[in-house]
Write a protein that binds this ligand. Structure first.
Ligand SMILES: [Zn+2]
Length: 462
């Protein structure tokens, strides 16, 4: 089957009726034709039909191995008075886990994560991969060992991937040496560029390779410059920028400036950049990100889970800022929940309603889905996020029989804001049907391997 007839489909210019979508063997749309002749008897003509079709969402921030920790770090420490639980106590648990995990286990966990992401409507993912080395801190014979494992998992599950090997050199601002428990993460600019070069043959319609300086804590300006100098100018660049108040203060102590100010003063930040967790930003930083065309990478469920804080979405949108969503630590694998929390956080903080809108788009669900598609596609550096010729043939078919699914223009508001059932019925990614009737096509094998891996990792988990 290389065509689908959609009675309603969300195209770049909005909802259209009677859309014939066709794709080729390379996994890209070859033609997208609205107002196509009615497809009566189309099943027999070999063309499947669907009522409601959307472009698949892009998940712009993932540490796939952390999926094995979700649900396991929600226990308070014993001495509440002495040390309240925080991002930093969570990070110690995560480090402990990361130290013991083997490459084949990373692959099994990633495959389960990617299958879940597909079932909920993500058809692309950006993997911020920083576990590079063996548990003893030595390089693997193949420097790209762990990145290759995660890409193999993406292929197995059928999700498009942007692999971002991470530059990770310091434990804090000013070049502080890495702690012993960070030994698996160590990678300078030359190491990261060696991984990028090793992955070059894997690039294609479903795989792109960029880079990610971990943060301004873990990578110096000079190292980031060296990294960019060795990279093709069109490749995506992601960075954790201002997730925690403590890290903002450390940046001020080190440089006299806040992280976003410091970044923009020292590096040529433009549309290839994705600033992940731009949580703690002052007014001038909001303006700088918006003006540069960089994407703000927002991960509302993880940011809530870790007690990070709230990104100032309204002033950012007023300035035309671009954003996308990511599931980061994977406490949720649903773009609906990510977008809902993004909007609800703003409503709670501002004691107002309907924040994520523009003068042209006053439906919140519509603006959230479409803006996150555009921002996510830009951050992924792949031709995704649009039902249009030349783009990856990635689409979602919603369950037309479900009471929460109604015809456009109500569809996206109902999809994002109504109930908790997963309304995604079928998913096409890269021209392949990877979810049918809510089941991932390789679900049994992937889930079996994942469960076995979790059992083997039991003593490493908190
Ligand atoms: Zn992250």
């Amino acid at each position: 089957m290389t065509a689908l007839f959609a009675r309603h489909a969300l195209l770049p210019d909005g909802w259209r009726r009677d859309v014939l979508l066709q794709w080729g063997g390379d996994g890209r749309f070859t033609a997208v034709t609205p107002d196509a002749p009615a497809m009566d008897g189309s099943e027999s003509a070999g063309i499947e039909t669907a009522d409601y079709v959307l472009p698949g969402m892009i998940n712009l921030h993932s540490h796939s191995f952390q999926r094995a920790l979700s649900g396991l770090t929600e226990i308070a420490g014993e001495d509440r008075a002495k040390s309240a639980d925080s991002f930093w106590t969570w990070r110690d648990l995560m480090y402990r886990f990361a130290l013991g995990i083997a490459p084949e286990q990373m692959e099994a966990i990633a495959a389960q994560l990617f299958a879940e992401c597909l079932r909920h409507g993500y058809t692309s993912i950006c993997e911020f991969n920083y576990v590079h080395r063996a548990p003893d801190g030595a390089l693997y014979p193949d420097v790209a060992e762990t990145a290759r494992r995660v890409i193999a998992a993406a292929r197995h599950a059928g999700i498009g991937i942007t692999m971002l090997p991470v530059l990770y050199a310091h434990a804090g601002f000013g070049g502080a040496p890495l702690r012993d428990e960070q030994r698996r993460f160590r990678a300078g600019p030359a190491d990261v560029l060696a991984i990028v070069a090793a992955l070059e043959p894997l690039r294609g319609p479903m795989v792109e390779v960029g880079v990610a300086p971990h943060s301004l804590r873990a990578a110096s300006v000079a190292q980031i410059r060296d990294l960019l100098a060795g990279l093709s100018p069109e490749r995506p660049v992601h960075i954790h920028i201002a997730e925690q108040g403590g890290e903002v203060q450390q940046c001020i102590d080190h440089s006299g400036r806040r992280p976003v100010q410091f970044l923009y003063d020292n590096l040529p930040v433009d549309e290839r950049w994705c600033l992940v967790h731009a949580t703690h930003v002052a007014d001038d930083e909001v303006a700088a990100i918006a003006a540069s065309g960089a994407v703000a990478g927002l991960c509302p469920t993880t940011e809530a889970n870790l007690g990070d804080g709230l990104f100032p979405l309204a002033p950012f949108l007023e300035r035309g800022g671009r954003f996308g969503i990511g599931s980061d630590s994977h406490v949720s694998t649903s773009p609906v929940e990510e977008l809902r929390w993004l909007e609800y956080g703003q409503r709670l903080a501002g004691q107002r309603r309907n924040v994520a809108v523009t003068t042209d788009e006053r439906r919140v669900g519509d603006h959230l889905w479409r803006a996150a598609l555009a921002g996510g596609a830009q951050a992924a550096g792949r031709r995704v996020g649009a039902l249009a010729p030349g783009y990856a043939a990635d689409l979602l078919v919603l369950d037309e029989a479900h009471p929460n699914v109604s015809a456009p223009p109500e569809l996206l508001n109902g999809f994002v804001f109504s109930g908790n059932d997963n309304l995604v019925k079928d998913v096409l990614a890269g021209g392949q049907w990877v979810v049918r009737g809510r089941q991932h096509v390789a679900q049994a094998a992937i889930a079996g391997r994942f469960k076995e891996t979790l059992a083997n990792l039991r003593e490493l988990r908190p």
